[in-house]
Design a protein around this ligand. Structure first.
Ligand code: SIN
Length: 321
């Protein structure tokens, strides 16, 4: 099915059975009228991630476009060096990461990514108010590989049987950087995380504040454990839920080109950065902005709680050693 609203020229074309749509007929660098913004927002809530191609955005234009969806956060809770004059921009580039933290941290991340589901995450769920929306723009991409995959956490919840849905409806989970493998030791990376500790307890099932849909709100990148149960029970429950959220039928995979932009509803999706580039000598540079989020609320009314740190907002200060 293709939606082609007459008034704006915007076309929204779904690209997979449960998630994702291509949006054409729009210049994201230009001013967007109210009708267009409403249509984009409706497409985002319906398809969870929307894709644009051939856009000419620089940092300032990406920030302007990101504000279409709400006030932006600081670049990242652990980033002390966003591009000059653009504190909202978080640059995703393995080279930058390597220069900052060295091979050791890069290899540790890589090992986690090659475990069966460990690279899947929803952005910054260590915060009590994870970003509501993320906007990712590709600047440099390799000729082969480097795709990103998203999954629909509402479809994953709805795919569970009724008794399991009502069981998980009442659960809560702790989220922190690294999930159940929080960085330890005296490396620069571990210090950066541990000196700016961000830990929260979220409902395992989140009710979307706009659509009212229920989503499975756990991810291996950040979830450390289910609270108030035995460790072995937590492991078994999370294994079940991770198997569900990573089922291929709930996913969509996107092939980047320079000028591609992806916008996702971070309250209803998880995503997987590519794991197929480590052995190739290629560059990949993308820039992300994130919209300040609200505290997740569960079906029983439980609202997320801070264990360490503070809400992730525009002025997130970073302790640098
Ligand atoms: C992200 O996790 O926001 C970036 C995903 C990617 O690098 O593909």
């Amino acid at each position: 099915m293709t939606i082609a609203p007459e008034q704006t020229g915007l076309t929204v074309r779904p690209v997979a059975g449960h998630i994702g749509a291509d949006v054409t007929g729009i210049d994201l660098a230009g001013p967007l009228d109210t009708t267009t913004v409403e249509q984009l927002t409706a497409a985002l809530h319906r398809y969870k991630v929307i894709f644009f191609r051939g856009q000419e955005l620089d940092h300032a234009a990406q920030i302007r476009f990101g504000r279409t969806f709400g006030e932006l956060t600081y670049a990242h809770p652990h980033d002390e060096a966003p591009p000059e004059g653009h504190p909202e921009i978080f640059t995703i580039d393995p080279e930058r990461y390597k220069q900052r933290y060295g091979d050791e941290a890069v290899n540790a991340q890589r090992r986690r990514k090659y475990s069966y589901v460990a690279g899947w995450h929803t952005d910054v769920t260590a915060a009590v108010n994870p970003p509501a929306v993320s906007v990712l723009r590709a600047e440099v991409v390799p000729e082969i590989g480097g795709d990103t995959t998203w999954t629909n956490l509402v479809a994953a919840y709805e795919g569970l049987s009724a008794p399991i849905r009502s069981f998980v409806d009442g659960l809560r989970a702790e989220h922190r950087y690294g999930g159940d493998e929080a960085p330890k030791g005296d490396t620069a990376y571990a210090r950066r995380i541990n000196d700016n500790l961000l830990v929260s307890v979220h409902p395992v099932v989140r009710v979307h504040p706009v659509t009212g849909q229920r989503a499975l709100f756990v991810n291996p990148g950040f979830t450390s454990h289910i609270v108030d149960v035995e460790p072995r029970e937590s492991r078994a429950i999370l294994d079940l839920l991770y198997a569900e959220i990573t089922r291929p039928e709930y996913t969509v995979r996107f092939r980047w080109e320079p000028g591609s932009v992806a916008v996702w509803d971070n309250r209803a999706t998880a995503h997987l950065a590519p794991g197929d580039l480590a052995h190739l000598d290629v560059r990949r540079t993308l820039h992300r902005v994130t919209v300040i989020g609200d505290r997740p609320v569960g079906p029983d009314g439980f609202s997320s709680e801070i264990v360490a740190g503070r809400p992730f907002t525009a002025d997130h200060a970073v302790v640098v050693d």
